[in-house]
Design a protein around this ligand. Structure first.
Ligand SMILES: C[S@@+](CC[C@H](N)C(=O)[O-])C[C@H]1O[C@@H](n2cnc3c(N)ncnc32)[C@H](O)[C@@H]1O
Length: 254
């Protein structure tokens, strides 16, 4: 794993051949997909990533540099794993987990019943492109595997910028571009063939997993995402590759 300064924006030629997913990535479509798979989402994650997603979330919490007393907003929190990891493993005073799919948050609420940490944790319905909190109300905003599902990323970046205090950080864990070519080929093969089959078996909804795969393959590589964040006004943007770049944590400062 490495931390690199954001120095260059490389054209990502390999992504030019991605076949468009059937239909647009509308909020309604994304909502329908996650409402349908909410109860099997955690199981799918563990089986498809061989459990590595948990390691990635833990690493994200460490990299986020959350300090004692910080208020943290976790966007696209889904079934709540990142929100609860932040609450357990940092000295944040408050963690607000948010998502726009009630079925995902119901699973998170069930996990919250077993939570015994010090930080105040709550879950609420929020569209990450239209955040209903005051300006400058959080020290840290996080999002894990959510940004690539947003049809309007600039709207999300501008909303996060607004709700962060000056000096606050936006911490994004997302699938990214593996750095070694042979590894990248294997990974795309795995995405294309294994994930829709596994997702289809677990949920009966293979097309949704095909769509989610396409969203991974279309998502900007590390440097391009950094450029988008810079465009939105963030500074001191860094990224940390996880598992040779299968995923990356971007950290952007207001
Ligand atoms: C792949 S899941 C990630 C969940 C969780 N963060 C995790 O690490 O497992 C993506 C989540 O983003 C949510 N999501 C997608 N678009 C959203 C939006 N516009 N506003 C809020 N949540 C959204 C989905 O409902 C889903 O729960």
């Amino acid at each position: 794993m490495s931390a690199k300064p954001d120095e260059s924006v490389e054209p990502d030629l390999e992504r030019g051949d991605v076949t468009p997913a059937p239909g647009e990535a509308t909020s309604e479509r994304v909502r329908g997909i996650f409402a349908g798979i909410a109860n099997r989402y955690d199981l799918f994650n563990i089986l498809s990533s061989w459990g590595i997603d948990r390691v990635w979330r833990k690493r994200t919490v460490r990299l986020a540099g959350i300090r004692k007393g910080d208020r943290v907003l976790d966007l696209c929190a889904g079934t709540g794993d990142l929100s609860l990891a932040i609450a357990r493993d940092t000295e944040a005073s408050e963690v607000v987990g948010s998502d726009f799919v009630p079925e995902m948050l119901e699973v998170a609420e069930r996990k919250l019943e077993r939570y015994e940490g010090r930080a105040a944790v709550s879950f609420c319905l929020v569209d990450a492109q239209d955040i209903p909190f005051d300006d400058e109300s959080f020290e840290v905003v996080t999002v894990a595997f959510g940004v690539r599902n947003l049809p309007d990323r600039p709207a999300n970046f501008s909303e996060v910028f607004r709700v962060l205090r000056p000096g606050g950080r936006y911490v994004i864990l997302e699938f990214s571009r593996p750095i070694l070519a042979p590894f990248r080929w294997f990974y795309h093969f795995y995405l294309r063939l294994v994930i829709p089959v596994l997702g289809g078996l677990l949920t009966g909804d293979r097309p949704s997993f095909q769509y989610l795969n396409d969203s991974i393959r279309r998502f900007p590589a590390q440097a391009a995402l950094s450029a988008e964040l810079r465009e939105a006004g963030f500074t001191a943007i860094t990224w940390h590759n996880l598992s040779f770049g299968i995923a990356a944590v971007h950290i952007a400062t207001k």
